[in-house]
Design a protein around this ligand. Sequence first.
Ligand SMILES: Cc1ncc(COP(=O)(O)O)c(C=O)c1O
Length: 410
Amino acid sequence: MSSAPEALPGGTYFDHAATTPIKPTAMRVLTEVMPALSNPSSLHGSGRRARLAVDSAREQLARAAGAHPSEVIFTSGGTEADNLAVKGLYWQRRAQDPARRRILLPGIEHHAVLETAEWLETHEGAALGIVAVDAQGIVDLPALEATLAESADSVALVTVMWANNETGAIQPIPQIGELCARFGVPLHTDAVQVFGSLPPGTAPMSFRDSGAATLAISGHKIGAPVGIGALLVRRDVVLTPVLHGGGQERDIRSGTLDVAGICSFAAVAQELVASQEQESQRLAGLRDELLDAVVGLEGVTLRGPDPRTHPELRLPNNLHITVDDAEGDSLLFMLDMAGFDTATGSACTAGVPRPSHVLLAMGLSEEQSRGAQRFTLGWTTTERDVAALAAALPAVIAQARTAGMAAARR
Ligand SMILES: Cc1ncc(COP(=O)(O)O)c(C=O)c1O
């Protein structure tokens, strides 16, 4: 019998924004549903049972996300949902009126949106309009309003992520939704990082109240398996499909449905939303302990909204810092050696570290963006984990600075 590939030994995990460990509820539902697998489009009895399971999961997910069940389009994850929304809205709006070619977006968007918009610019005649953000990474609403007032007729869509995956900055999506509605322009929002994770005292994310035409969510960010996600699509919104085939999911997303993934995604979503207030209080408390431990260190700067003064503007599980005179990947490597899994937050193309496009869009220089480090907490994070990281950070930062100086001398 062949065995599973050996897993690398893991450190104490502070990278929940990248993916969070699968939750017991997801595992239970997966193991219950998977053996009874059938294609929910099949007409026989087991196909009909699979269809009933999908229908019930669709209702459960819709309730958790403040949507109508018919608005849930299952996808393989956040990237696919973002592609479908941005391309689907662009093609549809351009087909209705060829003058509508502009896509308005802030420069802080996730690559799933940014690269899609850039692809449309290169191959499909789109023109990108970058919406300014302030130093905290929050969209400049008056600037967006002025752009829409000037040229709404030529705008195909506006796309603004609900919360940023690097800095945790939360956008005023319902206000942006209202603004777009006033100008008759559809809004897409990438809500992958906010679903079930809004700060204490904030109502759970609601598609209905967001004013968005489309909204993307992803399973593996909330403790469901990788490979399942959804695009919520308002009932009056028409999208040109990206995938063609069997016409599943209102003909918007063809492909055989992943029944087990869908059921576990919906079960975790329901659980998460029910416990949002309690869990986000716990995580914000732990994050603030870590923040207290690092902001006093010399040359360490908090990036994104300050949760001590504006807790409502930042995801409760996110801490993002830059460290003067240190490289982000040296910090990551030293933390890894000390037993902590963290992230720089920025992409690394073919092994060459690049400054984060998010920090650059917030007005930081390349120099200031270099020593970026993101710590994201989640359902497995304990007080002990945070205390251990807080205790390790001063020495790790000193080591990363020494490594940087040694490299500069070479
Ligand atoms: C804000 C945001 N959007 C989209 C994605 C992509 O989601 P997925 O990994 O499910 O394709 C991610 C994942 O990193 C994300 O953080």
